[in-house]
Write a protein that binds this ligand. Structure first.
Ligand code: IPM
Ligand code: MG
Length: 356
């Protein structure tokens, strides 16, 4: 197969980790007889430096004219002072919205080889952590009206949180389908005891649940979810929630696995085209030092093969290679522990590529 991938190396460690993912993708292409074409665009801080804004129209167009987007990371303290419209994060939100990527899949899986890196007690970790967070990505407070106005002599800030039924239904379907293919269990997270948007969320999910009688469905409040994730994470299989709750809970669920540097994500819409990125940030403090963990990006490339390119065997090969490298005892600094071999970012990419 021939595929065109728009590549956003971005800021901080972004370029280093993306290079390793491309190294692995090239090896997959060679082994499985595919051709991957890469088209680079600037987005985030590097684009602000070059063009005065975090995303140009030409760059956005390349995200729309491709088979999928691979992203490293954007942002950093250097651009903290810029106007909100041109912030690095604004690029990310524009791409998500323009590409119609309403479903963000964030697997949080404990790699048994890294179990001691989890901050949870061993007896909790021993039950296993393997959950899929499905986060709504282009609605809610992120995309409602934002304004700061003067009222009665003081500043008042508004962030409107809105959901329409169709926005809930479409991500709900992805969640039910995902649950069906996994453990058959779905928790829908909301704050229906307080928020109208959550009450509509719950009502809409209940209507969908009737169409998926084979899925074991449960509502759960967001505060309770935050608590249950550290108390007993093994109870979760697939979890669906709105944008802001999903942002928060997906950081929590990846952290309890102990290795946020390993976590991948996929953002999908109606077609097959998606955007794929590790869930960690740009880590400016270690940028350019060749010590970052590229595995989250490499595993994101595997998700691209699985979800957008229908290349299941190729994705399996990448995931197995990562597993084999961990079994062989190789660790980047963030997951290093006694008795293992510390390797650099580029060495980790070489080790994975060699096992494809
Ligand atoms: C994420 C990030 C982004 C988000 C930021 C960088 C805008 O935290 O992908 O989780 O909040 O969605
Ligand atoms: Mg986040």
């Amino acid at each position: 197969m021939e595929k065109t991938i728009t590549v956003i190396r971005g800021d901080g460690i972004g370029p280093e980790i993306v290079n390793e993912a491309i190294k692995v993708m090239d090896k997959v292409a060679e082994k499985f007889g595919h051709t991957f074409h890469y088209q680079d665009i600037l987005a985030g801080g590097c684009s602000i430096d070059a063009y005065g804004r975090s995303l140009t129209d030409e760059a956005l167009q390349k995200c729309l004219d491709c088979d999928s987007v691979l992203l490293g990371a954007v942002g950093g303290p250097k651009w903290d002072g810029v106007a909100k419209e041109i912030r690095p994060e604004a690029a990310l939100l524009s791409i998500r919205s323009a590409m119609g990527l309403y479903a963000n899949l964030r697997p949080a899986k404990l790699f048994p080889q890294l179990a001691d890196a989890s901050p949870l007690r061993p007896e909790i970790v021993a039950q296993g952590i393997d959950l899929m967070m499905v986060r709504e990505l282009i609605g809610g407070a992120y995309f409602g009206e934002h304004k700061t106005v003067e009222e009665n002599g003081e500043l008042v800030a508004h962030d409107d949180m809105t959901y329409a039924e169709h926005e809930i239904t479409r991500v709900g379907k992805v969640a039910f389908e995902t649950a069906r293919k996994r453990g058959g269990k779905l928790h829908s997270v909301d704050k229906a005891n307080v928020l109208d948007s959550s009450r509509l969320w719950r009502k809409t999910m209940h209507a969908l649940a009737e169409q998926y009688p084979d899925v074991n469905y449960q509502d759960i409040l967001v505060d309770n979810t935050a608590m249950q994730l550290v108390r007993n994470p093994s109870q979760f299989d697939t979890v669906v929630t709105e944008n802001l709750f999903g942002d928060i809970l997906s950081d929590e669920s990846s952290m309890i696995t102990g290795s946020i540097g390993m976590m991948a994500s996929a953002s999908l819409g109606d077609g097959t085209r998606g955007m794929y990125e590790p869930i960690h940030g740009s880590a400016p403090d270690i940028a350019g030092m060749n010590i970052a963990n590229p595995l989250g990006t490499i595993l994101s490339a595997a998700m691209m093969m699985r979800y957008s390119f229908d290349m299941a065997a190729e994705a399996d090969a990448v995931e197995k290679a990562v597993n084999d490298v961990l079994d062989a005892g190789y660790r980047t600094a963030d997951i290093m522990s006694d008795g293992h071999t510390r390797v650099s970012c580029s060495e980790m990419g070489d080790l994975v590529a060699a096992r494809i």
